[in-house]
Design a protein around this ligand. Sequence first.
Ligand SMILES: [Zn+2]
Length: 114
Amino acid sequence: MTRARTLDAALEARKADVKAGVSIPDVLELLTIDADPLTGGRGWVCDCPCCAEGRARVSADGRRFSCASCGASSDVIGFYQAARPAGFLQTIDDLHAALTTRGGRGDTETGSLF
Ligand SMILES: [Zn+2]
């Protein structure tokens, strides 16, 4: 089915936009989750969105998190899915909306595909 493949491509493009434009600290702010910055700009720590018992460590570039208690480790999409919680499609929608309403890149979501 060509249509399904087109939808998949659109979804992949939105996912790529989200991964490039939204960081875990952005999600922390979006969902008003408290986080403590580590000294020396080495990242952040916050309550783990997966187990709610451990503390999750967010990498300095804000792209990855990991939890030593439950072993969870993922990217911004995985973090949002666990923290909210939301399904994958909802996560992409929410984060893409946050990306475009924040401004600057809004014109990339519609219009030309190439
Ligand atoms: Zn955990």
